[in-house]
Design a protein around this ligand. Structure first.
Ligand SMILES: *Cc1c(COP(=O)(O)O)cnc(C)c1O
Length: 390
């Protein structure tokens, strides 16, 4: 299939001859009203009703015990890892195939990543590979799971639901229980993705969501820590709000805290975006279906949700037949004003993580060399269909 046919298909889908970005936010709900309300009330910062409202909306949508809103997804991940007991000198098992924020968060806690391969089905952490790594190199002791070659503690496993496709969580959870390791889900990309009916980020001990401008919905910048118990929720909120003990006027902080709370003005945007999330999810599913049909008879393989899950299809992706086809597609689509992107460079190729402990990364390397992301902004197909009829 020629790149030109792909460009034509995407232009036809989005009904435009202008530049087509990979993913941009849409504000066609109550965004302006709610943001204006914060300006008019002067409650733009750490006090105001929208933060609580936003957290409650996320709690009812995901079914988590407590959602704690933060300034961004990296901060949410940092807090989640801290709550899961990760400390200086620990090892954390994660994917080399991820966005750098996953590793930055644990690096700044003085922990180190251990890279294990992903599954070709989910594009996320492979349970079999995690178990094989642990069987070969770890032992459970009284102080936790110890990595035998270094003597370091393996405190957490952090799978990432790549492009919104859920990893095999039951299997990972069983492995974490067997090896006495915490499970923290990097669900930054997977708001609206469900694993066997449960929302991603609510199955491990903690989960982190992101509301950066390129995610399925945005708060400008923002994140959420998903906590599986209300006690953990109370402690997480305490940590993200400078660990201040409530008092009418005294300043007393009982542990080192973070100033990670989401400002009210950002939460206002989030409340409006939550009102349209269901329609975005529906539109993205429809868009993914169109891509799947279009590529079904081609040499490109469309990445579909795993059979056990319902994905939000945050970013649509195809696997190219070879590396040359990938280079050609990237070059020709971008030159034609249709934005496509390769997947991230694997984490162990970045200078700060090149010495990290790692297992075989064959699937990660294959995906790195073959995958291309396609424009994925949700669109209202009914509007386009009406336009076609007239
Ligand atoms: C977006 C993202 C993050 C971080 O979110 P920010 O809000 O940008 O800090 C973390 N992990 C993954 C996999 C992401 O895609």
């Amino acid at each position: 299939m020629k790149s030109a046919s792909i460009v034509e298909f995407i232009r036809g889908t989005y009904q435009t001859n202008e530049f087509i970005p990979l993913h941009v936010p849409r504000f066609d709900g109550n965004e302006k009203n709610y943001v204006m309300e914060t300006l008019e009330s002067t409650f733009v910062s750490s006090v105001g009703k929208f933060v609580d409202n936003f957290e409650h909306k996320i709690e009812s949508f995901t079914g988590t015990a407590k959602a704690v809103a933060t300034v961004n997804g990296t901060a949410a991940l940092h807090t989640a890892l801290y709550m899961a007991g990760v400390r200086q000198g620990d090892l954390v098992i994660t994917q080399a195939l991820t966005f750098v924020a996953t590793c930055n968060a644990l690096h700044h806690m003085g922990a180190e990543p251990v890279f294990v391969d992903v599954s070709p089905v989910s594009l996320g952490l492979c349970p079999k590979a995690v178990d094989a790594f642990l069987c070969e190199q770890a032992e459970v002791t009284e102080t936790g799971c110890i990595h035998k070659p270094t003597g370091k503690r393996i405190q957490a496993v952090v799978p990432m639901h790549t492009f919104g496709h859920p990893v095999e969580l039951d299997e990972l959870l069983a492995i974490c229980q067997k090896w006495n390791i915490a499970l923290v889900e990097d669900a930054a990309e997977s708001l609206g993705s469900f694993y066997k009916g449960k929302h991603t980020g609510t199955i491990g001990d903690f989960g982190a969501l992101s509301f950066n401008g390129n995610k399925i919905i945005t708060t400008g910048g923002g994140g959420i820590v998903l906590c599986q118990s209300s006690d953990d929720g109370v402690h997480t909120k305490h940590l993200t709000t400078t660990a201040k003990v409530p008092h009418a006027y005294e300043f007393f902080h009982d542990e080192p805290g973070f100033n990670y709370r989401m400002p009210n003005i950002n939460a206002a945007l989030g409340c409006a975006q939550m009102e349209v999330l269901d329609s975005y999810l529906q539109q993205k599913r429809q868009l993914a279906g169109r891509y799947r049909d279009f590529f079904s008879d081609s040499e490109y393989k469309f990445v579909s949700e795993p059979s056990y899950a319902q994905s939000n299809y945050w970013l649509n992706a195809i696997i190219c037949p070879d590396q040359e086809a990938r280079e050609r597609l990237l070059k020709e689509t971008n030159a034609a004003g249709v934005m496509t992107r390769p997947i991230w460079k694997l984490m162990h190729r970045l200078p700060m993580f090149e010495n990290a402990i790692r297992a075989d990364l064959n699937n990660s390397e294959f995906i790195e060399a073959h995958l291309v992301n396609l424009p994925s902004t949700p669109i209202k197909f009914d509007v386009i269909e009406e336009r076609n009829e007239s």
